[in-house]
Design a protein around this ligand. Structure first.
Ligand SMILES: Cc1ncc(COP(=O)(O)O)c(C=O)c1O
Length: 463
């Protein structure tokens, strides 16, 4: 195989946390993939493709690893004020997943009435829920206050006024976190970097808006300032970016506490912890490394300034959900095209596409893929995996070495699709959104059933 092709070959499952496959995946001697003890061909008999498949034990373990890492790094014994982990439901949420996260000791960060209702339906304690969003509706704010969530993360001065008004009408006090923008720009793509000035999120620290908001909350009878929040972007490998942002928030907190004589008990550092999508990506830091870096920053700041350390929260989504899941497709049409620069590329079409994974089209995200239903031949061909939508940008995997003997009917898996896949899915071209299956100890069950065309027609007022 040429060096170029070798680079885009899908790594084999190796049971490691930094690999691209869920940890419970192995390839049998017959070449078929087994997911938590269940053969791929058996799984798709009851759960047809296209389908998202989550290794439950792996997803739970990733959540538990974050919890343990944060508890250890921020223990009171280490001179700090403890830590909490909120799973970011936007990555992928269902009632089952909310229960897993809760079982593993995590709260849930929600950002809409739908996510909040799902977490509550799972029986997650309201004091373990947060509500985000840059444009929360009156209904969402009221729902969160009725439920008694731990905090509403307020994103603008306008929203602060709205929450205060709603709390006043109810004669209640709302627990508020203020989302601040630190100016630390991090993350893989402009659309997923969120702490620079020219974007829609947060209250600017440098422009003084964050401080103004703190003063308003402290002065209000109907608002309780429970913390400051910063989310700097997604898919961040660089520990320094988190530390720099945290330092800005720690300074803001320390100055406000001294000047206003108030307490600000918590800082939430948001999500954004990276995962490895392909063999070309670096292996990201482990939860313990992120946690240790954040704890060192908090300890250092407390020692330097004499301001007591806050409780620290984080909101990982992708790093828990993405690597524990794969999408299984069935291969359909195969076509070879000649490239202008010479050579050829094989287009392998699958029974899904941009409606179940918009990330390649939206962010130029890179994935890999592998034939998982049989022992394929050794020879590889430069390939592109594409969907069945009416868009030439309907690409699932840009560049991957696939077996030369790939054929219609093969099962093709794309790993690391557990975050922002099903949760961003659409019905473009009236495709139905795939189901999500959990596999544990050789047993599979739907977490979310696949949509049917009847579901789509049910919404059609004239059908
Ligand atoms: C406020 C907030 N918290 C947490 C997350 C989760 O980020 P990730 O899935 O990259 O960990 C996001 C993602 O957009 C977010 O906006």
């Amino acid at each position: 195989m040429s060096v170029e092709l070798e680079n885009v070959k899908c790594p084999e499952p190796d049971g490691s946390a930094g690999g691209v496959w869920p940890r419970g995946v192995e390839r049998g001697a017959d070449g078929e993939l087994r997911i938590a003890g269940l053969a791929a061909s058996e799984l798709v008999r009851d759960f047809p493709t296209s389908v998202f498949v989550i290794d439950e034990a792996d997803m739970r373990a990733r959540a538990a690893e974050w919890k343990a890492a944060m508890d250890e790094a921020f223990a009171e014994a280490a001179g700090l004020a403890g830590a909490s982990v909120f799973y970011a439901g936007k990555a992928f949420l269902s009632v089952g997943v909310a229960r897993w996260m809760s079982d593993e000791g995590l709260g849930i960060d929600t950002c809409s009435a739908g996510e909040l209702t799902t977490a509550l339906a799972a029986g997650v304690a309201p004091e373990k829920l947060g509500l985000h969003g840059n444009n929360k509706s009156v209904r969402e704010i009221t729902m969160a206050l009725d439920a008694g969530v731990a905090h509403l993360v307020v994103d603008s001065l306008a929203e602060l006024a709205l929450v205060e008004e709603i709390a006043r009408e109810r004669g209640a006090k709302a627990n508020i976190m203020l989302r601040v923008t630190t100016g630390v720009h991090a993350g893989g793509h402009e659309f997923i970097a969120t702490a620079h000035e020219d974007q829609k999120f947060g209250l600017s620290v440098t422009a003084g808006v964050a401080r103004e908001a703190i003063e308003k909350v402290v002065a209000s009878e109907h608002l309780e300032l429970v913390g400051l929040h910063s989310h700097i972007g997604s898919q961040i490998l660089n520990l320094d970016a988190f530390v720099q942002a945290l330092d800005v928030v720690l300074n803001l907190r320390g100055e406000a506490m001294k000047d206003l004589g108030c307490d600000i008990p918590e800082i939430d550092c948001g999500g954004g912890y990276a995962v490895r999508y392909t063999a070309l990506d670096d292996v990201p830091p482990a939860p313990r490394e992120y946690a240790t870096a954040l704890a060192a920053a908090v300890r250092g700041h407390a020692e330097r300034t004499g301001v007591p350390a806050p409780h620290i929260s984080i909101e990982p989504g992708r790093s828990i959900a993405a690597p524990a899941c794969m999408t299984i497709y069935t291969v359909g049409t195969i076509k070879d095209v000649q490239l202008e620069e010479g050579g050829q590329r094989r287009y392998v079409s699958v029974d899904g596409g941009m409606s179940d994974n918009i990330r390649p089209a939206l962010y130029d995200a890179q994935y890999t893929a592998s034939v998982i239903s049989r022992q394929a031949g050794d020879e590889s061909v430069r390939s592109r995996v594409v969907g069945k939508h009416c868009e030439s940008g309907d690409i699932v995997v840009h560049d991957v070495a696939l077996p030369a003997d790939i054929r219609a009917g093969d099962l093709l898996a794309v790993p690391v699709t557990g975050a922002y896949g099903r949760s961003m899915a659409s019905n473009y071209n009236m495709l139905t959104r795939p189901g999500v299956v959990a596999v544990r100890d050789g047993q599979a069950r739907y977490l979310v059933r696949p949509e049917t065309v009847e579901d789509l027609l049910n919404l059609d007022a004239d059908a």
